[in-house]
Design a protein around this ligand. Structure first.
Ligand code: NAD
Length: 360
């Protein structure tokens, strides 16, 4: 029996996780895999119920599970809360509590959606990137941090910090992943300005010696942001820190046409957590219009990395391919003037394709 902790979160979170759970249930049904899904509260939903974005029982639920599926957290309702009482803190604490230091974000362009990309088709057709983002360090966690008033002026500060062990372990994840791909790692930093990332470059170069079959290139983050738009197909594995990875993977998501298509896996020493890369999209929440495919594809990553079922991971991807081949689109990936379907219908279509054997 595999135990899955499900945290729908806020905004569109409950809608997209419901669709993804439907897909996981169908996999369990078709494969005979025994899966026990239990829901918990995180983010704004947990703040409302318990006054804490990550109540103790939610962390316990996550720690007792084989894998975690998360929707998204946050929303304008909590924007004025102090930092420790913001929904995003729940997510950051969950990642830290599960020691999920490696965030894998595959960026693949689905040929059926090539026209949804803001870039010309010939620029994006061959894009197949894996962003490996460090997830538990960097300026998002570094201390000291805070705000105060000095000489009548409001000030704010954060600390960008990595130690060599943190850099070494995420670098190894990237080099390992590259061995299963095109054997190229591009490490992104800002070593010309930031001491933290000068150390990053040094340690990544040392780790590269353990992987002589993988080519290593270093790139400054500003150049990487430009190259992602200029010639995205040059990248295989992009290795970077927490903040640069956050920004670059959102940029890369646009190559695919919609942020609603990008899944992620967060891995560490134990269980993994799987979530779409997008946020809670309050602007479209509760209207059955969100694209659930990023969350469905996160389930595929869960099957691959935590449930030991590459075969069913492939089947879920095949079912997504089938619904796209059939021309089914949520609003974010529909061409202008083309009819779209809702979140629920998209989830049900993936389930139907799965039940028909990927529609093959
Ligand atoms: P967002 O990713 O929620 O939305 C950005 C844009 O993309 C919006 O126009 C939204 O409608 C659209 N979008 C996002 N997901 C979509 C989907 N599945 N289908 C169709 N369209 C989709 O980012 P934001 O607006 O900057 O942030 C909203 C809230 O989400 C904030 O509170 C933020 O802190 C939070 N957030 C949470 C996470 C997370 O939970 N991992 C990540 C990023 C942002």
């Amino acid at each position: 029996m595999k135990k899955i902790a499900v945290f729908p979160g806020d905004g569109i979170g409950p809608e997209i996780t419901a669709a993804a759970c439907g897909v996981l249930e169908a996999v369990a049904d078709l494969s005979g895999m025994e899966i026990d899904m239990q829901q918990g509260l995180v983010g704004g939903a947990a703040l409302e119920a318990h006054g804490d974005p990550l109540p103790e029982e939610s962390l316990r639920l996550a720690l007792s599970a084989d894998a975690v599926l998360l929707g998204a957290v946050g929303g304008p309702k909590w924007d004025s809360h102090p930092p420790q009482l913001r929904p995003e803190q729940g997510l950051l604490r969950l990642r830290k509590g599960l020691d999920l230091y490696a965030n894998l974000r595959p960026v693949q362009v689905w040929p059926q959606l090539v026209d949804s990309s803001p870039l010309r088709p010939e620029l994006v057709l061959d894009v197949d990137i894996l962003v490996v983002r460090e997830l538990t360090g960097d300026i998002y966690f570094g201390t000291p941090r805070g705000t105060d008033i000095q000489n009548g002026l409001r000030r704010g500060w954060n600390t960008m910090v990595y130690d060599e062990n943190e850099i070494r372990r995420i670098a190894r994840v990237a080099f390992d992943a590259a061995r299963g791909r095109r054997r190229k790692v591009c490490s992104v930093d800002k070593a010309n300005v930031l001491e933290t990332t000068r150390l990053w470059r040094e340690v990544v170069t040392e780790v590269a010696e353990e992987f002589p079959d993988v080519a290593l290139e270093h790139m400054y983050v500003d150049n990487a942001a430009m190259q992602l738009v200029r010639c995205p197909s040059q990248f295989d594995v992009i290795l970077t820190g927490n903040m640069f990875g956050d920004i670059l993977s959102d940029e890369a998501s646009q190559l695919t046409g919609s942020i609603g298509m990008l899944p992620s896996a967060s891995l560490g020493s134990g269980r993994g957590m799987y979530e779409p890369i997008h946020g809670s999209a309050p602007d479209i929440a509760g209207r059955d219009v969100a694209n659930p495919l990023a969350t469905v594809l996160s389930v595929s990553m869960m099957l691959r990395h935590s449930l030991g079922s590459t075969g069913w991971a492939n089947q879920v991807e095949e079912a997504v391919r089938t619904v796209l081949d059939r021309g089914l689109r949520t609003a974010d990936i529909a061409s202008p003037g083309v009819a779209s379907i809702g979140t629920r219908a998209m989830g049900e279509s993936v389930v139907a394709a799965l039940r028909q054997g990927g529609g093959a």
